[in-house]
Every structure is written in C-alpha cells, then in structure tokens.
Design a protein around this ligand. Structure first.
Ligand code: PEP
Length: 250
C-alpha cells in the first residue's frame, strides 16, 4: 500500500511569527485529518529550526524548499542538506519549477541536490512538469521523461526508494487552472511506467503527488485517481483549514 501524503509548500511567505501561528494552527487541527494521510509542511529556511520540533512532535513531517548542490564550503548564501538534517528536517523539495525558471536550476544541478539530500538521510520531493507551450505541443510526456532520466533514473534502487515525485504542470501552479483528474491520472500512470522500466516493482510504492492549484474543491477528484497519491499544495497550504480540508479529500 502506497502512503497518502499532502505536503504544503509555503514558498517565500510568512514572517517567522506568522509561520509560528500557521504551524500552530496546523498542529491544532491535525486530529481532524485522516490518520493515514501523512501531512508535511515546507516553511522557509528561517523558520525550520524553531518549527521542526513542535511539528514533528505532532506527527507532521518537516520539509525544506531547497538545498545546496554542494556539501559545504565557500558557497555564500547556500544552505546544505547536512545543515537541514542537523535541525531535524526530514524532506526536501528539489526541482520546483520556480527554482528551475528563476534560478536556472538544470537537471544536472538537480541530480547533485538529490544526491546531497539522500547522502544525509533526507527524502527528496522531486518536482517535474511541463510548461504550457510543451503541453499544447503534446510534448508533456517527453518533458517529464527527460526530467526523470536526467535526475532520478541514475539513482541506485536503494536511493530511489526514498524519493517522492511531485508532478506539477507549470501552467497550473498558482494560476487557478488545475489539470483535470483525467489529465493527472494519464501522466501519473506514465511517470510510474517510466520509473518501473528502470526500478521494477519498487515504482509501485513510489508516492506520486499532484501539484498545481489543488484546493479543497478539486482535491477529492484528483486523489481518487489510482496513481495520484496526494498533493503538493502551494497557496492553499497557507490556510490551515484548507490544508486540513485537502487531507480530508481522500
Ligand atoms: C506549488 O508551487 O508547488 C503549487 C502547487 O502551488 P499552487 O498550489 O499555489 O498552485
């Protein structure tokens, strides 16, 4: 049985005090979510060391939104995977489309980040997905396959077992446009097949999240698809009631 998962990406939102309040609200409402749905939150770096203990004590997983491609050294402004692990972070979002687009992160860089995260025991939440022009040209299958070939298929089976994949069509992120449940299932099944061609039965246990304007009103239909194991949630994860309602949509 694959795990059900709902992960909230806070992005560059909330002051520390606002983040404390939001985390407190999520902890307070966690009991309203089904016990078999793993909730994860990804606050900004500045919040992690203070928020990780209460979140983890409540059974909420803690993720970073990024990590450095190098282990340590003269990389001003970077935060290493080892630093994150040392404060109790368990997951790390890698390859979000905003990192790819605004910070020029290539699949080669992302493979290095994935390896850094794995080396210190973090679970990468690896994001893939096509932009609108690629979808309209019918190239979305090729795009996600290349993203997987470059940054996930080179891993050993033991490392691959610790990967979570988030399919996020870039045209659906923060736009209010969601992939239909049929579109999500079609490409999630394709992703699982690409993974299975390399990793065999292990791919049946890989958690595949959908991300892109997922909210309480559409999460139920998306999560009902056989290859959609949950969601990576942006905007709606900043409202504790909505985040919990999405977990209740399973
Ligand atoms: C995201 O950025 O990962 C995301 C899914 O954002 P939103 O839910 O706001 O579309």
């Amino acid at each position: 049985m694959r795990k059900k998962m709902v992960a909230g990406n806070w992005k560059m939102n909330t002051t520390f005090q606002e983040g404390e309040t939001l985390a407190g609200a999520i902890v307070g409402k966690k009991g309203e979510a089904p016990g078999d749905v793993l909730l994860i939150v990804a606050p900004p770096f500045t919040h992690l060391s203070a928020l990780a203990p209460p979140l983890k004590a409540a059974g909420v997983g803690v993720a970073a939104q990024n990590c450095a491609a190098e282990a340590q050294g003269a990389y001003t402004g970077e935060v290493s995977a080892r630093m994150l692990a040392s404060i109790g972070v368990q997951y790390c979002i890698i390859g979000h489309s905003e990192r790819r687009e605004y910070y020029g992160e290539t699949n080669a860089v992302l493979l290095k980040k994935v390896r850094q995260a794995l080396d210190v025991g973090l679970h990468p939440i690896f994001c893939i997905g096509e932009v609108l022009a690629e979808r309209e040209a019918g190239r979305h299958f090729d795009v996600v396959r290349t993203q997987l070939e470059d940054a996930i298929l080179p891993l050993s089976p033991a490392d691959f077992e610790r990967i979570i994949i988030a399919y996020e069509p870039v045209w659906a992120i923060g736009t209010g446009k969601t992939a239909t449940a049929g579109q999500a299932q079609e490409i999630h099944a394709y992703i699982r097949n690409v993974l299975a061609a390399k990793f065999g039965a292990l791919a049946h246990d890989t958690v595949l999240l959908y991300g892109g304007s997922c909210k309480p009103s559409n999460a139920g239909e998306l999560f009902a698809q056989p290859d959609v194991d949950g969601g990576l949630i942006g905007g709606a994860s900043l409202v504790a009631d909505d985040f919990i309602a999405i977990a209740n949509a399973f």
